[in-house]
Write a protein that binds this ligand. Sequence first.
Ligand code: PLP
Length: 475
Amino acid sequence: MSDPLDERDMAARALGLVAEAAGPYLDGLAERPVHDRAMDVLLDELDGPLPERGDGSPAAVERLVRVGTGAATHSSGPRFFHFVVGGSTPAAMAGDWTASLLDQAAGLWLTSPLAARAETVVLRWLKELFGLPASFGGVLTPSATLAHVTGLACARQWWAGRHGVDAASQGLAGLPAMPVLSSGLVHVSTRKALQILGCGRDTLRVFARDDAGRVDLAAMDAALAEAGGRAVVVANLGEVNAGDSDPIGELADLAERHGAWLHVDGAFGLFAALSPRTADLARGVERADSVTADGHKWLNVPYESGFSFVRDPRVLSEAFGAWGAAYLPEEDGDRVNYNMLGPESSRRARALPIWATLRAYGRDGYRAMVERHLDVAAHLGALVEAAPDLELLAPVRLCVVCFRYRPAGVPEERLDELNARLGEALLGDGRVYAGTSRYRGMTVFRPAPLNWRTTKADVERLVEVLRELAATLDL
Ligand SMILES: *Cc1c(COP(=O)(O)O)cnc(C)c1O
């Protein structure tokens, strides 16, 4: 087989191979370990020299599906608690397949009115879901990191404008460093966005009043006064080690008083807005100038999915539009060219899986899921508190539970090493997946249950397996 043209009629058959594998794979996800023991052998089957003569798509796809379903990290199952990783709802996954089937060029209205309209609709639905004003602009991005790039590029555009410079056309040469202020809850991806944007990741200043990173409002107030308000405040809604959040309303007050730009990182925490039980954490995001969130975390949409919302839609098009290519059609009402509002040019129809899942489950379905996860996290917190050899390290506020193993008689200075070994044992075991992180100078576990499949039984299993493995460690 050499030329795809010879396979004109083969696409449906190749897709059929994937569809046939989907049922057994998804049905087994809840019970299988996160890693297959034979993974390395399977991965070797991916390797080899570039084929001179192709296998043809049935053989190639058969191999890919067999290796893939065996050797993938089965992280979309219910017991993958490491980092902040979501799954993919049935509707979202089918929506994603539809996006592949239709293969839309979703940058321009002209190339896909379907993708453009779907993006406009899902951005409106998401704003409603999160309680953001309908007047906000927005764009879908591949991730929260790229949503930071989008929101902070708008901040940079605004800030340079206050210095009399159009950053999109002139760049930053001759300007001072843009002051960016946050608490100790700030995520590394914010620094990465600043690094990409030429603002420098180490220009971000942290104002923390304790070792958990909680914001020092008075010190930030003074720094904002010194900057004459020409500064960017980054507020964090949902931190990855303990699930803590900045007081968004108070940071909004501060930013407003000084005339600063307020950027909110709500990668997963923005979903606090969905439940009356946690909505107070998100109160104030509607006052932000730019807001970041992820689809591939708590929305349970497949990778890659993020969103950026910006209060003044004009700043989005100033920062990303008008790139001077004459063949590009003009912006016109509903005929939105989303590649003029974000960092990408060509892009996939990322709105379709979001549309499918919001249409399938609605606001009620998502509220129910978020509340189930709040219950699951609280349940895990209670199990940890009840266990004599586990120590809960922060109150459970959202969907992250921060704790460590602390058996009686082991001195404090040995606990980090013990928890690191337990974390490795847990990752190696694979029945339940949660590794360690650092929090307030300690090595800790911080599982985050936010997969749509996860129930209380799954976190009970986590505690069981953890204690079973801990019993095998030399203290
Ligand atoms: C995951 C995460 C990010 C980065 O998101 P990506 O989608 O991985 O780029 C940023 N901030 C917080 C709080 C996160 O949890």
